[in-house]
Design a protein around this ligand. Structure first.
Ligand code: URA
Ligand code: SF4
Length: 226
């Protein structure tokens, strides 16, 4: 896939300009079957940036991230963790809904590495215009997009890690450098925290326990804000 880069106006100063341009992205094949691009939303000066996987069925229809069941759960968890929703910017690693048709139902499909790679320029462009104190990585897809394939959310969830200076500079950003243990190795600019995806809570055998775990991780982020 050629990727999203050529659809990003280099002179876009704001997230709103990026969002407008993202509507025309054809950086991978996902734009064909999805309804629309679902870009990030929230305050550009947000202290916390949350990165999910991709829009779901509801998000695809509404054009807004985290407005379906997983989003509802996430917003409740953010609230229970004591994070101010006004201080949060929400986005996804992949900006179009990937699904498989079964009859009339659209069944979520996890994005592949090609989609993550194709779409990453949008994420990088967003970060170049944001200045968070904490980046929260929700689940494996966001971790792959930002941290590369060696990072294991299950091993390092809930830990405050350095968010490297290189992550703020898209021109030399490929993915955040991690060592073999999945620890971020670049000089810290801000902090990063990985946790499970809210959809994983909805799928868990013990939903209450999974939810408590998500809230506990987000509470670490809330307490780390100065
Ligand atoms: N799941 C995500 O990762 N993002 C959304 O926007 C909705 C569901
Ligand atoms: Fe472009 Fe990303 Fe949509 Fe692919 S998923 S078409 S790269 S916005």
């Amino acid at each position: 896939a050629p990727g999203a880069q050529r659809f990003i106006p280099p002179d876009a100063d704001t997230i709103d300009e990026l969002r407008a341009a993202s509507g025309g992205c054809q950086g991978c094949e996902l734009y064909r079957d999805a309804t629309q691009t679902v870009f990030g939303r929230g305050d550009e000066s947000a202290r916390v940036v949350l990165v999910g996987e991709q829009p779901g069925d509801m998000e695809d229809q509404k054009g807004l991230p985290f407005v379906g069941p997983a989003g509802r759960l996430l917003r409740k968890a953010v609230d229970d963790a004591g994070l101010d929703p006004a201080q949060i910017y929400l986005t996804n690693a992949v900006k179009h809904f990937r699904f498989e048709l079964r009859g009339k139902r659209r069944i979520h499909q996890t994005p592949d590495r090609v989609h993550i790679t194709a779409c990453r320029p949008w994420l990088v462009a967003e970060f170049a215009r944001l200045d968070p104190e904490i980046v929260v990585v929700l689940g494996a897809t966001a971790a792959k997009a930002l941290l590369g394939p060696t990072f294991r959310v299950t091993k390092q969830r809930g830990e405050l890690l350095p968010w490297p200076a290189s992550a703020q500079h898209p021109e030399d950003f490929t993915e955040v450098p991690v060592d073999s243990a999945g620890t971020v190795t670049d000089a810290p600019e801000a902090r990063l925290l990985a946790t499970i995806h809210p959809s994983a809570v909805l799928r868990a055998d013990d939903q209450d326990k999974a939810y408590e775990g998500l809230v506990a991780d987000l509470t670490v982020a809330a307490r780390a804000l100065s």
